[in-house]
Unconditional design. Sequence first.
Length: 338
Amino acid sequence: MVALILPHEPDMSVGSRATAQLSADNWQELWMAGNVPYQWIGAHTLLVKKPDGPYIVDTVAKTATPATAVRNALAKHPELGRLALNGPREWIASPNGQWLLTVTIDRTFRPSANAPFDGIPGKCVIVKLDGTQVIARPMKFHHDHDWQALWSRKSDYWVIANLGDYSPQITKWEVSNPAEPSTRMLRSSHGYGPTPSILGFIDENRLLLGNWGRSVQTEVVDLRLPRDYFRGSRLTIPPHADVTEIECSPRGDRLAWILSFRPSPIAPLEILPFVHSVPGHTAGEVWISNVDGTDMHPLVTGTVSPEHHSGPHYLRWTPDETQVSFIDNYTLYTIPAR
């Protein structure tokens, strides 16, 4: 276990404040693949990735059951092509714990020199966790990486966002009527440089987008409106801090953060999500705040021991929003979100 120690302050280390739930044997981490090896599908239940596929883990009973129903259901649909259960993107669980969402992209596609480019063909696929239903719908991607998928808070629809500079848009599918998606365009310039990320829903219809590095800026997109009417905000973070991860809570009213701190006021570094430590930085501290950045305070602080190079990462809220979970030194921890 990585011990975080802050001299002359109350002990807020991982060891003293967080509860270890699972060890490294419970999942497969995929290096620089953008994959999160676990996600919550119930109050005490996780969907965990292992080398042979997904497992459902009960953190109370400490049992792991293969999600064979998902694999068997997909095996009946060879027309979907190869859907790796460990990637290439996260299998996104719906908030009600009934559905998994993923995307498959035609990696062999080559655009024609004689026709205008209208996107890379692919499919969005949802499958019930019990294997009783599989729904696949065709779609086009602008790039094979500048997209994100997300479930609504009631699990009644999902969205897939193409967020690159080329014709950014959000497409919405209703679970009850997936044959007729709706698409709305976004403005191509978000006003603060690189491609933003979807942080989560702040209510049933509004998405929170954010970008971070030297600063943190957020914008709200209302899916009910035919065009963008942005309400943007610049969030204040502690001095000398760089943001590694931000996670919106299930109710959309709070943010969880992983921050690394520079020991002196040098120029800040752009920290990528898969970089867990930078020389001269603390390897990661867990903070929470309101969704507008107010009341920002630490849950776990300190300096990582020099022999370790990990620090907290893969940040998640539990479904009831009472705990924040993260992985540190290949161990999954939960900590009260107070």
